[in-house]
Design a protein around this ligand. Structure first.
Ligand code: NAD
Ligand code: UDP
Length: 335
């Protein structure tokens, strides 16, 4: 049995579908602080499997112990965390408490219950922004936000845990920028309130919820002056988790990899691809640079290809098509 924490969230729900499609027995937990219970019906509609789900906080040690008593859990994929970079600057303690508390309680209970296999959601935000691109796994680390520090500190905690208990094997997966949605249009990204990230903002402009996109800066040192990122289809990302799980379960030890496409696209590249895929015009205005942003980063994805035999398959156009299908079939998300 595989445990997914943060299972009803954006990446968790897509990974859950991939695991069920691959025949895994899965139990999901989430406290629904940033997701919707209706995800469960959607997962069932896609997979024809009724998802096993328990609403609980991953920081709740007693609830975790009961869960491990109820199910014989072989491995955990840990997505549960708060992820809004800006909010983490205003509420750092909430972020440290939730994200570090979650990993602490989870790994303590895992140790107690003899479950030593963990896939951890890390992020490209752990790389020092002064690194040259593409980012490689061995490059210097650093962070500019409490959110980023929770990921860096979690990685460190897990490394220390591995040293103290060599039974543990951990996959540290550093994600770049997930966008897109399941091809069915049944599950996708459903941000609360005004989206912070580019793709959900674009799709809300396309559906008429917002008048225009503000592009943060047109004077960056990039090919067209707008920010460059490594956008990866969420289903490709989800499949990377299955590869990582197989790697850990085959007893090869721990692994640290980037999950990205290895290609950078600008804000304007994404807008153009989206307009083509959706056949809609995206009005935009240039606005000042967003505080904390950097010009460009993308992944070196060679290690994931070599060690996990994984590479992203979907291109930018497909990411836009799937994001648009999700948004147009669900104008108000899961509500
Ligand atoms: P998400 O917010 O959609 O999913 C996270 C889920 O965790 C939510 O359903 C939320 O309700 C749940 N959760 C949060 N705290 C919890 C707690 N204490 N107990 C139980 N459930 C809790 O986010 P996502 O985009 O699916 O991200 C999943 C993971 O990937 C997170 O750890 C995030 O930091 C990491 N990540 C995301 C991105 C991205 O751009 N989406 C990039 C890099 C890393
Ligand atoms: N961006 C933008 N307008 C928005 C949201 C984002 O121009 O409304 C830009 C942002 O400056 C960055 C890129 O889009 O260059 C990706 O931003 P996102 O927040 O999605 O990802 P992150 O910056 O966290 O990598």
């Amino acid at each position: 049995m595989i445990l997914i924490t943060g299972a009803t969230g954006y990446i968790g729900s897509h990974t859950w579908v991939e695991l069920l499609n691959a025949g895994y027995d899965v139990v999901g937990i989430d406290n629904l602080c940033n997701s919707n219970i209706k995800v469960l019906d959607r997962i069932e509609a896609i997979t024809s499997v009724k998802p096993k789900f328990i609403e609980m906080n991953v920081c709740n040690s007693n609830a975790l112990k009961s869960l491990f008593n109820l199910y014989s859990i072989d491995a955990v994929i840990h997505f549960a965390a708060l992820k809004a970079v800006g909010k983490s600057v205003n509420n750092p303690l909430e972020y440290y408490k939730n994200n570090l508390g979650g990993i602490l309680e989870l790994t303590q209970v895992m140790s107690e219950k003899n479950c030593f296999t963990l896939v951890f959601s890390s992020s490209a935000t752990v790389y020092d922004a002064n690194n040259p691109i593409p980012y490689q796994e061995g490059m210097p680390l650093g962070s500019t936000s409490p959110y980023g520090w929770t990921k860096l500190m979690s990685e460190q905690m897990l490394r220390d845990l591995e040293i103290s208990n060599p039974n543990f094997s951990v996959a540290y997966l550093r994600y770049f920028n997930p966008i897109g949605a399941h091809e069915s249009g049944f599950i996708g990204e459903d941000p609360l309130g005004i989206p912070n990230n580019l793709m959900p903002y674009i799709t809300q402009v396309a559906i008429g919820k917002r008048p225009h996109l503000s592009i943060y800066g047109n004077d960056w040192l990039t090919h067209d002056g707008t920010g460059v990122r490594d956008y990866i289809h969420v289903v490709d990302l989800a499949r990377g988790h299955l590869k990582a799980l197989n790697y850990l379960m085959s007893g090869k030890g721990s692994i640290l990899v980037n999950l990205g496409t290895g290609k950078g696209f600008s804000v304007l590249d994404l807008v153009k691809a989206f307009e083509k895929a959706s056949n809609r015009k995206i009005p935009y205005q240039f606005a000042p640079r967003r505080i904390g942003d950097i010009a460009a980063f993308y992944s070196d994805s060679a290690r994931a290809q070599k060690d996990l035999n994984w590479r992203a398959e979907y291109d930018l156009y497909r990411m836009c098509e799937d994001s648009w299908r999700w948004q147009s079939m669900n104008p108000n998300g899961y509500e």
